[in-house]
Design a protein around this ligand. Structure first.
Ligand SMILES: Cc1ncc(COP(=O)(O)O)c(C=O)c1O
Length: 379
């Protein structure tokens, strides 16, 4: 299915963060929202729910667990036990609610910068202290620092907040690394909260591996938190999933007060069921559009801004751009906004490793992407 971004005239009528944070002369390529129109089965399901005034609390019996299990099986060959799927408001809430049940106040929680900025806030919100084990980069690309992780786990870290695929790098963690993480986590008694919200957007040349699928040790130590919010652009509808796969981890989610579950939005749940069950053709269309923009961005940078470092991601629609050779300072996004009227996400928010970097969201039309790079090049 062909999926094309809405024109700017329609996009500017949206009232979400992406479209209301800056004046109209700024091209917004910062927050992770996509410019594609909603998948028709999702739009229909939500509109029908509104039309029948089905806007109460989520029901005790619903289809979300089966819908996600079906999707996970078809997409990744991962067998999810629908009896071990819980829901809550969004992935951020899922992270805090799971994390606070596997740590004691003051415990260290490992994160891998450069990483999704809210991780730095969600860990203390859950009572933990963020312990940074940066990702490493070699000739074959990004990878987890297994020695650094072992050192942190042996030093007393009680949990690991993993990002797979990784935001902002669009890097799906390798099965080999995940297997090694699970062994270490089991050895040192560390709980792994695996944020897999970008997984549905894995590219055709990327390989996503669900943490809970890699080994018995992973199932003993892990909880997957995920949502249809990134894959189908449903962040405003508020519904996320928490998945366990062992008797050891089951009570962490199953034992949550019912209120955590009730905070799932009814419309979010209805939309997510439609996404996981009926909107895979749309998702494949988005992936094709995103992959085309991923390559287009490489060409545009090569011809117009050759000093910018860019490694094409293998998942999602975020580009981690290295401006250090251009001398745009620690926060190139500030210069981009001021002088080129392009809003990027500031690299330093992703941790100290982000100095001199900015994140660009290319889930837009090729025209908007072209215009953004021309503006940056003319700066
Ligand atoms: C890695 C990661 N986790 C969580 C979220 C937030 O998800 P939600 O809107 O469901 O809280 C995002 C949003 O971009 C993300 O990139």
């Amino acid at each position: 299915m062909d999926v094309t971004a809405d024109p700017l005239s329609l996009l500017r009528a949206r009232t979400s963060e992406k479209w209301r944070s800056y004046p109209d002369d700024v091209l917004p390529l910062f927050v992770a929202e996509m410019d594609y129109p909603l998948a028709e089965p999702i739009a229909e399901a939500v509109v029908e729910a509104v039309r029948r005034s089905d806007t109460g609390y989520i029901g005790p019996v619903n289809q979300i667990a089966d819908a996600f299990a079906g999707f996970a099986e078809r997409r990744w060959g991962w067998q999810v036990d629908p009896g071990q799927v819980g829901t809550t408001t969004d992935v951020s809430v899922a992270i805090v609610e799971t994390l606070r049940r596997v740590i004691q106040p003051g415990d260290a929680v490992v994160i891998n910068p450069p990483v999704y900025p809210p991780f730095f806030d969600l860990v203390p919100e859950a009572g933990g202290v963020a312990l940074e084990v940066p990702l490493l980069h070699g000739p074959a690309g990004w990878f987890l620092d297994l020695e650094g992780l072992e050192h942190a786990f042996a030093g007393g870290a009680r949990a690991f907040l993993l990002c797979n695929p990784h935001n902002p790098l669009g890097h799906p963690q390798s099965a080999q690394d995940l297997t090694a993480v699970a062994e270490l986590a089991a050895r040192y008694g560390v709980a792994v909260i695996s944020d897999e919200v970008h997984a549905p957007l894995t590219h055709t040349d990327g390989a996503f591996t669900p943490y809970l699928s890699v080994s018995p040790e992973a199932r003993e130590t892990g909880i997957c938190v995920t949502s249809a919010s990134k894959g189908w652009n449903l962040a405003g509808l508020k519904c996320a999933l928490m998945v366990t796969a062992s008797e050891r981890m089951r009570p962490v989610v199953a034992g949550m007060p019912q209120e955590v579950n009730w905070r799932t939005s009814q419309l979010g749940l209805i939309a997510s069921v439609a996404a996981f069950s009926d909107a895979e053709a749309w998702l494949d269309g988005v992936i094709a559009a995103v992959e085309a923009n991923r390559s287009l961005l490489a060409q545009l940078l090569e011809t117009q801004l050759p000093g910018v470092g860019y490694e094409q991601p293998r998942a999602s629609y975020l580009a981690w751009l290295d401006f250090r050779r251009l001398g745009w300072g620690d926060d190139p996004a500030a210069a981009a906004l001021e002088r080129a009227k392009v809003a990027l996400h500031p690299g330093p928010l992703f941790g100290g490793q982000g100095r001199g970097f900015a994140r660009l969201n290319f889930a837009c039309s090729p025209e908007v992407l072209g215009e953004a790079v021309s503006r940056l090049a003319a700066k």
